[in-house]
Each structure stands twice: as structure tokens, then as C-alpha cells.
Ligand binder design. Structure first.
Ligand code: SF4
Ligand code: SF4
Length: 119
């Protein structure tokens, strides 16, 4: 299937393996774009813990996890508190450019949805 602009942004984020069993980054509100919610299902928070986290099994939507989950730990300005990360993290400037593009795409999708809801 053809990749969306947001999925193409995912490919620009260097990946790495987290500390085994660590879910510290999942103890936070996750912002996501409409297309990410369409892939992952709604994020219905009842507390700070991400609803996609399934105990010892970890993230239940790992392959489709949102942009922000991918960025954390992969950029020099968003470091993992345990020192895990890719060999070559994104610079602050690279991370900011990706985030700006992501937010632009997210806004575009939200506006398209909003327009639909209004009409
Ligand atoms: S980036 Fe670090 S703190 Fe976050 S889940 Fe991975 S190992 Fe844990
Ligand atoms: S979507 Fe997955 S990786 Fe992202 S915060 Fe939730 S459980 Fe963690």
C-alpha cells in the first residue's frame, strides 16, 4: 500500500531497541493524527498510562505506533533517561523539522475531518 506523508516521516526517525520491558515513555498523553488513530484505534486515556499499553506485553500497536512514540529517545533533544537510543540520533534541528512537518500533516487531516463533520 502507498505510504502516507506521515508514514514517510516515520522512516526518517532512526530506530533502536529499548531497555527490556521498559515502558516509561508510555506514561504520558499521546498526541496523534487522525490517520494514526484510524490505524491504532482511539486513544481513550483514563489516567496517564497509555491505553495501548498491555501490561508485560508492552505496546499493542507497536508497528503502527504514532509519530511521537517513535521520536522519543531518537533525537538528541528527547533523550532516553536510561541512555538507550540509536547510534546516530537526530539533531535538535532535524527533529524539529520532522515535528513541524508532522504537525502540518496532522492539522491538514484534522481540518479535512472538521470540514466533513460540518458539512
Ligand atoms: S526510550 Fe528509554 S525510557 Fe523510553 S521506553 Fe525506551 S528505554 Fe524506556
Ligand atoms: S502507543 Fe504504544 S509506544 Fe506509544 S505511548 Fe502508547 S503504548 Fe507506548
Amino acid at each position: 500500500m502507498k505510504k502516507t506523508p506521515i508514514q514517510k516521516l516515520y522512516e526518517k526517525i532512526p530506530s533502536f531497541s529499548c531497555k527490556e520491558g521498559c515502558t516509561r515513555c508510555c506514561d504520558n498523553w499521546v498526541q496523534c493524527a487522525p490517520e494514526e488513530e484510524a490505524r491504532c484505534g482511539k486513544f481513550e486515556f483514563t489516567d496517564r498510562l497509555c491505553p495501548k499499553l498491555k501490561g508485560d506485553e508492552g505496546c499493542s500497536v507497536y508497528e503502527d505506533r504514532p509519530f511521537i512514540c517513535r521520536l522519543f529517545g531518537s533525537a538528541e533533544n528527547l533523550p532516553c533517561p536510561y541512555g538507550y537510543g540509536p547510534e546516530k540520533p537526530l539533531t535538535k534541528e532535524e527533529a524539529s523539522a520532522l515535528l513541524r512537518e508532522y504537525l502540518k500533516q496532522k492539522r491538514k487531516q484534522e481540518e479535512a475531518l472538521h470540514g466533513k463533520n460540518d458539512g
